[in-house]
Write a protein that binds this ligand. Structure first.
Ligand SMILES: Nc1ncnc2c1ncn2[C@@H]1O[C@H](COP(=O)(O)OP(=O)(O)OP(=O)(O)O)[C@@H](O)[C@H]1O
Ligand SMILES: [Mg+2]
Ligand SMILES: [Zn+2]
Length: 422
C-alpha cells in the first residue's frame, strides 16, 4: 500500500486525554479516533492488525473443531427475562425499544441467544457435543469506559459456547479451549499467563483468565516465581505463598484478554434447555463459554511491546510486515525503488507499506518507528547509487546495509528466525 492513498495523518503532539501508552500511540499513529466515550472508529492501519488477530483466532478455533456462527446484536428482552439477567445485568446492559415499544438488549454476551438456538435444534445426546463461536461487536455500558479500546462500550469479542451431554465432556472441551487460547496468544507474540479466576456475573463455578502482564492493567494477578501457578488476586486475596509449591508469590498488574468458564447447568436449567440422554431422560445441557477480547488485544499487544519512539508490532499481527522509505526528491520514481518494492511484494504479498509522501526523511523515520512495522527498508540516494539499501530492524534498532537484490531474502531469513510463530 502507498502512504499517499491514506488521508489519515499521524499526530506529533501528545493527545490530551490519553492515560495509557497504547491509547496514546493508537491516536498518534492514526489507528483509531474517538467518536464518544468508549466508542472508536478503527482506521485502515488498525483494521489490518485486527483482521490478522481475527484470522489467528478463526484458524485456531476451527482447528479445535468449533463452528462459526453470527448471532444478532439486537436481542429481544424475553430471552433475557428467562435467565433473570434482564434485571441482574443492571445498567451495563444497553436497552433499546423498537417502534412498537418492545424492549431489546444490545448484546453484551450471547448465552441467552445461543442456548435458545441450541435447545431448539438439538434433541438427543447423539447430536452432542456442539461447540460454536462468533467474532462480533459487543455492547456494554461500562461504568468507566477508559484507556481507549482497552475498555470500550462497543468492542469486538470472540465468544464461543459449548454444549455437552455430560460434565466430563464439558470439562474436556474446557481443556481444549485452554490449549487453543494458549496457541492463539503465542501466535500473536504475546507473553500471556493463564490464571485461576473468579467467575463474576456470567459464571458457573470454574474459570480461568488469560492475562497479558502490563503496567496499565486493571487486574492484579499473583504469580509464583518458581512454578506456573497464577491466580487473580480476587480469587486468592490472602495468598502470600504458592499453594502448589510453597514459594513466595509476587503481585503484578495485567490486562485480561481471554476468559474461559465452565457454566454447567446455569443457563440451560434457567432456560429449560434440555436434551434426551441415553436413558431417554430430559437433562439440561452441560455448558461452557469462552471469550477473547479481539479489539482489546490490539491495545494489549502495544502495551506489551513499544518504546519511546512508538509501537513495536509482533510480526504476526503487524499492520504491514515491512515499510519502504524512499528518501528525498525523485527517489520514489527511480527504477531501483520499484524493483525493491516488487521483490518484497513477491515474498510478502500485500504486506509492504511504501511511504511515497513528499515529506522530510526525518518525518518518514518518525512515522515508521511510531507505527512499529517490524522491518524498514531505507532507500537513500547515496546507498542506491551504489546498488544498496539499508534495512532497519524495528525491535532491536539494528541496521544492515545490503545490496538491493539481496534485501528480500535477508528479510525473509530474519523473519524466519525472529518470528517463527508468524
Ligand atoms: N469493555 C470492554 N472493552 C474491550 N474488551 C472487553 C471489554 N469487556 C470485556 N472485554 C474482553 O472480552 C473478553 C470476554 O468478556 P468477559 O465478559 O469475560 O469480560 P469481563 O470479565 O467483563 O472483563 P473485565 O473484567 O475486563 O470487565 C474479556 O476477557 C476481555 O478481553
Ligand atoms: Mg466487565
Ligand atoms: Zn509455585
Amino acid at each position: 500500500m502507498r502512504a499517499s492513498l491514506d488521508p489519515i495523518q499521524t499526530l506529533h503532539e501528545e493527545p490530551a486525554d490519553a492515560e495509557v501508552v497504547s491509547h496514546r500511540l493508537m491516536l498518534r499513529a492514526g489507528f483509531v479516533r474517538k467518536v464518544a466515550g468508549g466508542i472508536y472508529s478503527y482506521l485502515p492501519m488498525a483494521i489490518r492488525s485486527l483482521r490478522k488477530v481475527e484470522r489467528i483466532v478463526r484458524e485456531e478455533m476451527d482447528r479445535a473443531g468449533a463452528l462459526e456462527v453470527l448471532l444478532p446484536a439486537l436481542q429481544p428482552s424475553d430471552l433475557w427475562e428467562k435467565t433473570g439477567r434482564w434485571q441482574e445485568y443492571g445498567p451495563e446492559l444497553f436497552r433499546v425499544s423498537d417502534r412498537h415499544e418492545r424492549p431489546f438488549a444490545l448484546g453484551p454476551t450471547h448465552e441467552e441467544v445461543i442456548t435458545d438456538l441450541i435447545s431448539q435444534t438439538v434433541r438427543s445426546y447423539r447430536q452432542l457435543p456442539v461447540l460454536v463461536y462468533q467474532i462480533q461487536t459487543k455492547f456494554r455500558d461500562e461504568r468507566r469506559p477508559r484507556f481507549g479500546i482497552l475498555r470500550g462500550r462497543e468492542f469486538i469479542m470472540k465468544d464461543a459456547y459449548s454444549f455437552s451431554a455430560s460434565e466430563e465432556d464439558a470439562r474436556r472441551i474446557y481443556a481444549v479451549m485452554q490449549e487453543t487460547y494458549a496457541r492463539i496468544f503465542t501466535r500473536m507474540g504475546l507473553d500471556c499467563r493463564m490464571v485461576e479466576a473468579d467467575s463474576g456475573l456470567i459464571g458457573g463455578n470454574h474459570s480461568h483468565e488469560f492475562m497479558v502482564l502490563a503496567q496499565s492493567g486493571e487486574d492484579t494477578v499473583l504469580l509464583c516465581e518458581k512454578c506456573s501457578w497464577a491466580s487473580n488476586v480476587e480469587k486468592a486475596p490472602e495468598a502470600r505463598l504458592c499453594p502448589a509449591c510453597g514459594e513466595p508469590v509476587v503481585s503484578r498488574t495485567a490486562i485480561e484478554v481471554g476468559h474461559v468458564f465452565y457454566l454447567g447447568h446455569k443457563y440451560s436449567s434457567r432456560m429449560e434447555a434440555t436434551f434426551l440422554d441415553a436413558a431417554g431422560k430430559e437433562v439440561p445441557f452441560f455448558m461452557g463459554c469462552y471469550g477473547i477480547g479481539v479489539s482489546r488485544l490490539l491495545a494489549a499487544a502495544i502495551e506489551q511491546s513499544h518504546d519511546e519512539q512508538g509501537m513495536i508490532w509482533p510480526m504476526s499481527i503487524a499492520p504491514f510486515r515491512a515499510t519502504v522509505l524512499p528518501l528525498g526528491p525523485g527517489m520514489m520514481e527511480r527504477a531501483e525503488t520499484g524493483q525493491v518494492v516488487s521483490a518484497l511484494e513477491e515474498i510478502w504479498p500485500g504486506e509492504i507499506y511504501v511511504d511515497d509522501r513528499e515529506i522530510r526523511p526525518g518525518m518518514k523515520f518518525q512515522d515508521a518507528d511510531l507505527r512499529g512495522f517490524p522491518y524498514q527498508v531505507i532507500l537513500g540516494e547515496r546507498n542506491v547509487e551504489k546498488g544498496c539499501g539499508e534495512v532497519k530492524i524495528r525491535r532491536t534498532g539494528e541496521r544492515i546495509v545490503a545490496s538491493l537484490p539481496e534485501i528480500p531474502a535477508l528479510l525473509h531469513r530474519r523473519a524466519a528466525t525472529e518470528s517463527p510463530e508468524a
